[in-house]
Design a protein around this ligand. Structure first.
Ligand SMILES: Cc1cc2nc3c(=O)[nH]c(=O)nc-3n(C[C@H](O)[C@H](O)[C@H](O)COP(=O)(O)OP(=O)(O)OC[C@H]3O[C@@H](n4cnc5c(N)ncnc54)[C@H](O)[C@@H]3O)c2cc1C
Length: 623
């Protein structure tokens, strides 16, 4: 059932109520309504956004819909009809700049807005969730079947490196899935800089990785990374059309309410503090300013509103730090001090270089009308070509590959001292022990590089010029940020304070990785295509220059996680390994906010896998 009103939705009796029909929320909606257990579950989903079932060019066209549509303003990101448009509080350690946090406000959530990079972290990163953070049963091996369940993987048909051996695809194929809802493929267009930078990795003495999806993603992958794009249509593949397709929309046991904001979860007062846990008894939501309450009855409630909104909904409902809740006169249901704490992200430094004359890049779409028309026509008729491009040349590097032993030792000593002088929570302590061990081991990626065969990432591209933009994202920051309510008004954005680079180690990693981008660009054969650095200019050389540049330009790559951490209660976890909110009896959180310690990869694949696994757990528990 698709079209329901706020009042008719409130008259339903559900077995499961999902708050947020985003990336994770729609996976749950699909799997829970498909399953035939003892009884068929009735599921209700509430989302603030909408879904155009016949498609939407702003979401569907993978690369630069504005150029394709010849409309400079055509973008889902930054557009309030698609994007919550969150912004951080001013960051004093970053010269007062704010950080933009786009988040999908449509069915499919942020999977409708993201850059479609599709990859996984390292085995040891997922294993740490179980071994160090008290999440029994969570490991790379236990999540691997769920990575596979979410995807329908198409093997690469183009080589990034001309002498790549196609025989090695067997290993990669063995850990990728067939028949899942998300269509995943590799670009069919290859630009020269993508090949040259991949080869530069070999020149530096590091092997190309022929199976980054098997638990060891370090260095650049031979085939590049894949992207969540449907190879048959050339359209983005994301949670809404994939998990909420026509067949799912026709299910009578699934009701989705669109355009509704959940204000809070109401609890049965008599159950608060009880041994069995507090019982969610109602969901209060608004549609066009009109309030409704959906009685929960015996249903299970699942919050899937994402890293920014899930902690806000919990706090408004009385689950959070009791001191903060009392400040806002919110009755305390569960004192959970880590709600809204533990914010982690991947920080990003971007640089631009001009290319040598004759190097062919995506900038041709701006500079060459004939190429643009040809590609527009190709995409419109076949769903192929430059408008399907997604990031392909990307991979994580251990710190020791670009920080010398002496500097590394100094940075580590300073890090130990910083931590010794901080008040760290038990959760942080456990995380910091993991991160220091992984960093010192020298086998886990701590910085990912990305190669964009086009300009405009760090500066405004000049007409007629062609560029390569290189980015470095810091995968394992020690800094922890926060997201908390600043008002009891559910429509007010929470205060987002990522505190990027507050810990000197994080600044050091980001500075060194920026410098490493220059090294990569100067390494043969990448140096064959690169002309001059533009941003930062060649005059930026010293550590002090780089520090200034990094501080004034550092950004988020939009991978915030961790604000409702899954961890043991002893460590201060908010949800259990079965994703149940401690101290409650019928409430779970399933989305990126539960990831307790981030992984060294873009995170959508991990979010899909967590939700796939959560669906299995919920079915086991309810049947
Ligand atoms: C610009 C951008 C680029 C990214 N690029 C990549 C990439 O290339 N590769 C990658 O792996 N990851 C990428 N990511 C990250 C990835 O997309 C997200 O981590 C993931 O989609 C988060 O899923 P989620 O289920 O936690 O939240 P979301 O998908 O954001 O879902 C939350 C849902 O809850 C709804 N909601 C929230 N609050 C309420 C409320 N009060 N009432 C009703 N509904 C509510 C929202 O409307 C939304 O639909 C990117 C993200 C962004 C924003």
């Amino acid at each position: 059932q698709v079209s329901v009103s706020g009042s008719s939705f409130a008259s339903n009796k559900f077995d499961v109520i999902i708050i947020g029909g985003g990336t994770a929320g729609l996976v749950l909606a699909n799997r829970l309504t498909a399953a035939t257990g003892k009884k068929q579950l009735r599921v209700g989903v509430i989302d603030a956004g909408h879904f155009n079932t016949s498609g939407d060019p702003l979401i569907d066209i993978p690369y630069m819909p504005n150029i394709f549509l010849n409309d400079p303003t055509a973008s889902a990101i930054g557009n309030p009809a698609y994007d919550w448009n969150f912004v951080s509080v001013p960051q004093k350690q970053l010269n007062g700049q704010t950080i933009a946090y786009p988040r999908g406000r449509v069915l499919g959530g942020s999977s409708a807005l993201n850059f479609m990079a599709w990859h996984r972290g390292a085995r040891e990163e997922y294993d740490a969730w179980g071994t160090a953070l008290g999440n029994t049963g969570w490991s790379f091996n236990s999540i691997l079947p769920y990575f596979e369940r979410a995807e329908n993987w198409t093997a690469p048909t183009t080589k990034l490196v001309p002498d790549a051996d196609f025989g090695t695809l067997d290993d990669l194929a063995a850990v990728n899935g067939e028949g899942g809802p998300i269509q995943v493929r590799y670009n069919t267009v290859v630009f020269d800089p993508e090949t040259k930078f991949t080869q530069a990795c070999e020149t530096l003495g590091f092997p190309l990785n022929n199976n980054p999806d098997g638990g060891n993603p370090v260095y650049l992958p031979e085939w590049g990374i894949d992207g969540s794009v449907d190879i048959a249509t050339g359209r983005r593949s994301y949670a809404a059309p994939a998990y909420y397709n026509a067949a799912v929309r026709a299910r009578r046991n699934l009701v989705v309410l669109q355009g509704a904001i959940v204000n809070r979860i109401v609890f049965d007062k008599s159950t608060v503090g009880s041994k069995a846990g507090a019982k969610a008894s109602g969901i209060e939501y608004s549609v066009n300013g009109q309030r409704f309450t959906l009685p929960v009855g015996n249903a299970e409630v699942i919050v899937s509103a994402g890293t920014i909104k899930s902690p806000q909904i919990l706090e408004l409902s009385g689950i959070g730090n009791a001191t903060l809740l009392k400040e806002f006169k919110i009755p305390v249901v569960v004192n959970a001090p880590n709600v809204g704490e533990n914010l982690q992200d991947h920080t990003l430094t971007l640089t631009d270089f001009t290319t040598k004359t004759g190097v062919f890049t995506l900038d041709e779409l701006r500079n060459n009308q004939t190429y643009l028309e040809e590609q527009r026509n190709l995409y419109a008729t076949t769903g192929q070509g430059a408008f399907t491009w997604t990031v392909r040349t990307s991979g994580p590097w251990p710190l020791q590959t670009f920080i010398g032993p002496e500097e590394y030792a100094q940075m580590r000593a300073q890090l130990d001292q910083t931590i010794a002088n901080m008040t760290v929570t038990p959760l942080q302590k456990a995380q910091y022990d993991v991160l220091r061990t992984l960093a010192d081991g020298g086998k886990t990626g701590f910085v990912s590089t990305i190669v964009l065969p086009r300009g405009g990432a760090a500066s405004t591209p000049a007409d007629g010029e062609s560029y390569v933009s290189l980015g470095a994202f810091h995968l394992h920051e020690f800094t922890r940020g926060t997201i908390h309510i600043n008002s009891t008004d559910p429509s007010a954005a929470p205060l987002i304070d990522p505190r990027f680079l507050s810990i000197p180690w994080d600044l050091g990693v980001q500075v060194n990785s920026g410098k490493f981008l220059r090294t990569l660009a100067a390494t043969s054969p990448a140096s064959d295509v690169i002309d001059q650095p533009v941003t930062p200019p060649a005059s930026v050389q010293s550590d002090a220059d780089w520090t200034d540049f990094v501080r004034s330009t550092v950004d988020s790559i939009s991978h915030p996680i961790g604000t409702v951490p899954m961890a043991s209660q002893k460590l201060g976890g908010v949800v259990s390994p079965r994703l149940q909110v401690y101290g409650t009896r019928n409430l779970r959180v399933v989305d990126a906010s539960v990831i307790p310690l981030t992984v060294g990869a873009s995170i959508q694949q991990t979010v899909y896998a967590i939700a796939e696994r959560a669906a299995d757990m919920i079915l086991q528990d309810l049947n």
